[in-house]
Design a protein around this ligand. Structure first.
Ligand code: PRP
Ligand code: URA
Length: 209
């Protein structure tokens, strides 16, 4: 079974409180989502492999460490996952970015795929799939299935807020995928929204509705 890792850091908790607040305007919401994604990226990349290299400081030679191993692909689930990409690229600027377009049918809550464009060497990369919201888990489960069909072998899921139901559903459907979240909230309501959550992430990011 994959792990569900809640990243509890005062900076993340503080910023998330403003993200959740319904009075936070889209401009600030966007900036805060980007900042939290950057802070979370620090933890999500903690297991990156390192190699020893010999360098020379102005004083002497020394053995130092640099990141090695597989390259990273960041894959946002459109639309709302886009809000997390820039923050992550600040820490991992060499990462390539793929896109998976999915939306939840408002009546059935089932995800509908409408776009997929991934880096060619996706099977060689460590993939970080981003979406602020993990509600029923349907979108994330489908996105991971799409990635695996395209050859992906190493996938992490990174969300701001998850419901216990969504976390369990992803862990059951894809036991090889670890999930990183800023918060696991209380529950889902009858409309499939996370409680207390933050509302509709896509609409709040892009000012729609
Ligand atoms: C939201 C969110 C997730 C999905 C989560 O996207 O960004 O992708 O819902 O719900 P689930 O876990 O029940 O599948 P939405 O479908 O509203 O599309 P949008 O990002 O284009 O607004
Ligand atoms: N999608 C959202 O944007 N918010 C929720 O609470 C659930 C699904």
């Amino acid at each position: 079974m994959g792990k569900a890792i809640e990243i509890r850091h005062p900076l993340i908790i503080h910023k998330l409180s403003f993200i959740r607040d319904k009075n936070t305007p889209s401009k600030n919401f966007r900036e805060l989502v980007e900042e939290v994604a950057m802070l979370m990226a620090y933890e999500v990349t903690r297991d990156m492999k390192m190699e020893t290299v010999e360098i020379e400081t102005p004083i002497c030679k020394m053995e130092s460490k640099r990141i090695t191993g597989k390259k990273v692909a960041i894959v946002p689930i459109l639309r709302a996952g886009l809000g997390m990409v820039e923050g992550m690229l600040k820490l991992i600027p060499a990462a390539k970015v793929g896109h998976i377009g999915l939306y939840r049918d408002e009546k059935t809550l089932q995800p509908v795929e409408y776009f997929c464009k991934l880096p060619k060497d996706i099977e060689e990369r460590d993939i970080i799939l981003t979406d602020p919201m993990l509600a029923t888990g349907g979108s994330a489960i489908d996105a991971i299935t799409i990635l695996k069909k395209k050859g992906a072998r190493s996938i992490k899921l990174m969300c701001l807020i998850g419901s216990p139901e969504g976390v369990d559903a992803v862990r059951e459907a894809h036991p090889d995928v670890n999930i990183y979240l800023a918060s696991i909230d209380e529950k889902l309501n009858e409309e499939g929204y996370i409680v207390p959550g933050l509302g509709d992430a896509g609409d709040r990011l892009f000012g729609t509705r």
